[in-house]
Design a protein. Structure first.
Lengths: 376, 370
């Protein structure tokens, strides 16, 4: 197998272009940022290159030296990625030299990735006193930055940064799509964020990746408290932040901040400019907002919750079942019996749904076409 | 609420006794070791004190300064313990001075906690070249150190240390019982190990804890890759080792070592001195060894495993279900169809039937996952 390589690296201040060479295919990787990007070493190419190499079983050859700390973590990173991908990705050799010097200039900022969702808002509020920058990645939540959804997300991040009094770093990139192609459903998002973080080493000394899960209900996922810090270098600490709170607790925290309520975006639907108000993620967030007494103050959602639609949601898998149980606990605490009943009903066994999904699994096994779903 | 405090602290070289005041009771904690114990700071009192304080929702007051690195991680340790205990343990205040200096002399050893089980043996074999000491804790696997089980465990560990050319540190302590009393089922073992590790800071610069789970199957548990390293200090690194390997992969490593096959001890049954060969843990280990073709070379288990008996084994915990699935996959790979059929029945058919019973009744009958 030919090694995976990064070729044609063309840094240009706040722009960066490179080519990921996998077998005979040349895949362009593009970054357009609002601040200068750090490409003195090859750190930022490791996460995306590693996923491609682990998918193809090829050696990864990097175009420059790597932070010694990051290089030392490569073995553990691969152990975790192999386990999280259930063996779909394999451990491979990485051919890179340790850098002799990793400068850590004083006076750099503290950042947090920000897409406008519950986790990102919670982290932004909890660290509001020390944050200097929000980092908004175009091409992540909204796959097409030029779409109405992409424009709305950018406008939202600008207003949030303005309201919080921080600077805003905007990076338009296709790296998430490249990571999603070579990673798995559970391992794409995290390494994608890590490449962006590693390009900001000259601007930031620390960056927070908002946690999806609570310490008590962690699942294998591309952003994870065991995985994210391992991408750190001597110059930048990548923190996985917010595992101490359940999702429902985060929404309750957001309910105390009008700015967050005005700018909350949770919907995954690519056709939705804002929140669709009908998908599972929108409905469960609306339910928590109602339980926190804040639904009427959140203009991005309908003023009332469709309890019947909530009860019909097929909560058959974790972590959705975990989030539902958290809402049930909250509904019991505040005594909102209609929502409680709807949530409990949504957890009922669904044998027909289970049978349909098993049939789908068998069908996919017989016709192994790559899934296009992404996450992690 | 009265704070959790430590009084009557009496360090005496290789012995240490201290009384913890918690929840209106005086709880004696004792350690007797084969090597000198490190008590210049209060590091080793923090894990057990924290569990007691979080249970009684009282502030924790430490009698001596503690490592600054350890104190800085106390909030995160509490976050993890709070979550892992399902909220049973609450976040509390910790009053302690940060030590001015934490000496970390070079040339200290690398220890590995060792009770003779699969995880400990796997870690030892993986790091055989660099591990200098085995650390054996009496009062953990065998609750009563003077019981036949305790004697047999000590003899086993001594034989392994001798055969592998490692120095042995033996500590007899009741700290596991104290942590279990105040903690929860999922949050006692790890902090208790941390107490012992922190008493050995003069001897070791690193100590290994054999992992129970893989990275992919982590559940809230007292020893965990997110929790164990947090108890480290400037002088001692605590490493949660082995999450990259499944139990089957660990036993594959063990099957290549005759010393390990001769001395493997997994049985949690307290009344027997050796592996009983009948409980779920013995059966699952024997099954893996059979599938790896190593059971007939084992010196610590019966040489055969009966598929009929395997089909009757209950899987009362998430771990036992998980390990049964690993064995099922291995049975399919090696084509051992009697074992495959027995495990399939247990995992797929019987558990589905049990699933029809109400959860409380299932738990009462020991049929449900905890």
């Amino acid at each position: 197998v030919r090694p995976v390589e990064i070729a044609d690296v063309r840094p240009d201040g706040s722009n960066l272009d490179a080519t990921l060479v996998v077998d005979d295919e040349r895949i362009p990787i593009r970054y357009r940022a609002s601040v200068p990007l750090s490409v003195d070493r090859a750190d930022a190419f490791l996460p995306v290159g590693l996923l491609a190499a682990m998918r193809t079983g090829a050696t990864l050859v990097l175009p420059g030296p790597l932070s010694p700390r990051l290089l030392e973590a490569v073995a553990t990173l691969q152990d975790i990625i192999v386990a999280f991908s259930d063996g779909e990705l394999r451990a491979v050799p990485v051919d890179a030299e340790p850098a002799t010097d990793v400068p850590t200039p004083a006076g750099r900022g503290i950042g947090a990735f920000f897409g406008g969702g519950v986790d990102a808002w919670y982290t932004a509020l909890e660290h509001a006193d020390e944050l200097t920058h929000l980092v908004h990645c175009q091409g992540f939540d909204a796959f097409d930055p030029a779409s109405a959804r992409g424009s709305a997300a950018l406008r939202n991040a600008e207003e949030a940064a303005d309201g919080l009094g921080t600077g805003l770093v905007v990076i338009d990139t296709n790296v998430r799509a490249v990571c999603a192609r070579f990673g798995t459903r559970s391992i794409a998002w995290g390494p994608g964020l890590a490449t962006v973080a590693l390009l900001l080493q000259s601007e930031l000394e620390r960056i927070a990746v908002a946690a999806s899960d609570y310490y008590g209900s962690l699942v294998p996922w591309g952003t994870h408290p065991l995985l994210d810090p391992l991408w750190s270098t001597e110059a930048i600490e990548i923190d996985h932040d917010g595992c101490e709170s359940r999702r429902s607790e985060k929404v309750v925290r957001l309910a105390t901040c009008e700015l967050a309520l005005q700018h909350l975006r949770v919907c995954n639907l690519q056709t939705a400019e804002w929140n669709c108000g009908r998908c599972e993620k929108c409905l469960r967030t609306q339910a928590t907002l109602r339980l926190a007494g804040a639904l009427g103050r959140c203009p991005s959602f309908p003023d009332t919750l469709d309890v019947r639609a909530l009860s019909r949601l097929p909560m058959t898998h974790d972590p959705n079942r975990t989030y539902t149980r958290e809402n049930i606990r909250l509904a019991r605490e505040v005594g909102d019996w209609p929502v409680l009943a709807a949530l409990v009903w949504s957890l009922r066994p669904r044998p027909m749904l289970w049978a349909r999904r098993r049939a789908g699994t068998v069908r996919r096994a017989l016709n192994p076409r790559r899934s296009t779903r992404t996450g992690g | 609420v009265s704070p959790v405090e430590f009084v009557d602290l009496e360090p005496d070289g290789t012995e240490l006794s201290v009384t913890m005041l918690a929840g209106g009771t005086r709880v004696p904690i004792t350690y007797t070791s084969s090597t000198p114990l490190s008590m210049e700071r209060a590091d080793s009192l923090l894990p057990v004190g924290l569990i007691a304080a979080m249970r009684t929702r009282a502030p924790l007051v430490l009698p001596r300064p503690a490592s600054p690195a350890l104190l800085a991680r106390v909030p995160r340790i509490q976050d993890v313990l709070h979550a892992f205990s399902g909220g049973e343990l609450a976040r509390v205040e910790v009053e302690a001075e940060a030590a001015d200096a934490v000496p970390a002399p070079a040339g200290r050893g690398r220890g590995s906690f060792f009770g003779g089980g699969v995880d400990a043996f796997s870690t030892l074999l993986k790091h055989e070249a660099s591990v200098t000491h085995l650390v054996f804790l009496q009062g953990f696997d065998a609750r009563d150190p003077s019981s036949p089980k305790g004697d047999a465990a000590r003899a086993t560990v001594r034989a392994v240390a001798d055969a592998m050319g490692k120095q042995l540190v033996e500590i007899e302590t009741n700290v596991r019982d104290v942590c279990r009393h105040f903690g929860t089922r999922t949050t006692a073992w790890g902090p208790a190990l941390a107490c012992c590790a922190l008493l050995l800071q003069d001897q070791f610069e690193q100590i290994l804890i054999g992992a129970t789970d893989t990275y992919a199957t982590l559940i809230p548990w007292g020893t965990h890759p997110l929790l164990d390293p947090l108890f480290g200090t400037e002088a001692l690194q605590i490493v949660h080792d082995g999450c990259e390997a499944t139990r089957v992969e660990k036993l594959r490593r063990i099957a290549r070592s005759q010393v390990a096959l001769d001395h493997l001890r997994v049985c949690p049954v307290q009344r027997g001195a050796t592996n009983c060969g009948e409980c779920e843990k013995c059966m699952r280990t024997m099954t893996t060894l059979r599938l790896l073709g190593a059971l007939d070379r084992s010196g610590s288990f019966p040489r055969t495993v009966n598929a009929g008996a395997l089909a009757r084994v209950r899987l009362p915990t998430r771990h036992s279900e998980l390990f049964a699935r690993q064995n099922l996959r291995l049975a399919r790979e090696v084509g051992d169809w009697p074992v495959y059929a027995a495990l399939s029945w247990t995992l797929h058919t019987r558990s589905k039937v049990h699933g029809l019973l109400p959860p409380r009744l299932r738990r009462a009958l020991g049929l449900a996952s905890r």
